[in-house]
Design a protein around this ligand. Sequence first.
Ligand code: KG4
Ligand code: ZN
Length: 351
Amino acid sequence: MNILAIESSCDETCASVVRDGRTVLSNVVASQIETHALYGGVVPEIASRAHSEAIFPVTQKALSDAGLSLSAIDAVAVTNRPGLIGALLVGVNFAKSLAYAQKLPLIPVHHIMGHIAANYAYFNGTENRPLLEPPFTALVVSGGHTSLIEVTDYTKYSLIGATRDDAAGESFDKVARMVGLPYPGGAKMDARAKEGDPNAFVFPHAKVQGFPYDFTFSGLKTSAVNLIHNAQQKNAQQKGETLSVDDISASFTKAVVDTITSRVELLFNDKSRPFSKKLVMAGGVAANSHLRKALSELCEKYGVAFFVPPLSLCGDNGVMIGCQAYYEYRAEQNKDRFFDLSLNAYAAHEL
Ligand code: KG4
Ligand code: ZN
């Protein structure tokens, strides 16, 4: 089954063709980062307009890269929740029109389940890694989410814990901006952290009392922001305090990584819940080299299999939507649901 998948929930216009939920036939991503970097963050209205311009050529390229015409496509999939509403609507309306014109099933996908499904993808048959199948525990770390999710089957899941305030990626971006790194700062902080001292500054590691698997990053973020502000004020008064961007990056990254790994380790030791011995990481922050290393070491220590997508599939992409859509379609008994043109987009949506 060839699925043409569209993703436009934030600042990347993406289209892909995926065969049988696993094999990547094409993966096209048109990034708007340069435009939004001018403003230090995503401007929703600009994102929607840029999606409208890019979606047709991006989809055409996804088909031509796959070497397929529209007649070889069996279904259209689209992210319809959660995300920026105007951005989502561009993808949803485009996918609806395409499905209607071609008389194809239309499969809506939750963005977070899509991120997790990036771990099902194979670019060719030669990748040397085991095939991921549920059940497993997923750690989703992105610009908008930090969640631990129990995935019992391809379309069955429950939330173990989530952030109460900022997401990990959001806090990376905010602190990066404060130290003068351009948006989105996560990847730049990752690189700078390699050059700095992780123990140069001690940042708080906050917990949510009574909810051991929930996260909170706002205190950590504010602590870093205050440190930077104080140094800037002293500088303005010519009292000369210049903070090392490398050291801040390293210390902040250490605090985020320790916060996340401590929750995961708690889960590994939690005898009260069944654990599949498989940990799956997903989302933009899954590209972070320090987090990948720390979790891979932790998994090795506990004899847990660790899955993480290739770097190209950590951020938003259409492949992940095509993978998840295949399993959504297979799971749904009443396939008529997938021809429903009343499909809408939702800015906020629980898992
Ligand atoms: O999954 P994603 O593309 O979009 C959302 O669904 O939110 O994640 C984007 C986030 C941004 O906050 C970006 O700074 C962060 O992922 N990110 C990173 C790295 N690469 C991307 N954060 C830390 N280290 C990285 N290497
Ligand atoms: Zn995302």
